[in-house]
Design a protein around this ligand. Sequence first.
Ligand code: GTP
Ligand code: MG
Length: 256
Amino acid sequence: MPDLLKKTSPEPLQVYSDTDVTEIVENASLFLDQAVQYQELMMMYDCAIKEVRTKLEVLNSEFSVRYQRNPIEFISSRIKKPVSIVRKMRQRGLPLTFSSLEQNLNDVAGIRVICSFIDDIYAVADMLIRQDDVTLLEKKDYIKSPKENGYRSLHLIVEIPVFFSDHKRDMKVEVQIRTIAMDFWASLEHQLKYKKSIEDEEEIIKELRECADTIAATDARMLSIRNRIHTSPNREAAKEDDPIIRYEKIQIPFGH
Ligand code: GTP
Ligand code: MG
């Protein structure tokens, strides 16, 4: 008889007592209940990200029509991974509950805004904070006061109301705003954290700090060059008086 058709001896059936079954069912409902609660909370954070992202996109569109340039180059966002949430709560000695998570972690919903110029960082932050449904909970200016390693960025923790079918919930979002160059630096520096042992670590840290300073100086020079370009008298001033030529420059960001 071919092997496939041979009957294998059946596994012995596991016998559960009534108490076992009750316990299994209770555990399963507890597990599923927690899983659903977690999913719901993360959905709310995701909605908060959408709200703040839209606000930023609106500001960018308005700015591009008004001033013919985009202060924001691009926006990225993420929801903190479950394992990172648990690690952070453990490190801080927080109870692993949903209410403690919501109360104590400010960066479950995170948005990163990348600008071309340093003044755009502050313009975007101010325009966002000024909106009357946005509450600023915390502001850390690592551009004015860079971290010891050279890290530069503007960090905001904001709270915004999100409207669901039957209730409104205030949700926290961490917004990191930095230039393209600062972002380039932070991505490379971040990789240091994932390496257990690195040869010449001291040397790398020193070089990174030097690069951060060079980047800061270059960011400042780029801003100064942009300002000089924009304040210098226009060679084509006569043509600029022609409304058609003037308005031709406006790019309306319809469609994506
Ligand atoms: P965290 O526990 O890291 O969230 O610190 P915190 O609550 O004091 O907040 P902080 O505003 O200092 O940092 C928040 C986030 O900014 C971090 O999770 C990183 O994404 C980023 N960040 C802060 N410092 C550095 C740094 O030195 N290098 C890099 N690459 N990123 C940093
Ligand atoms: Mg954080």
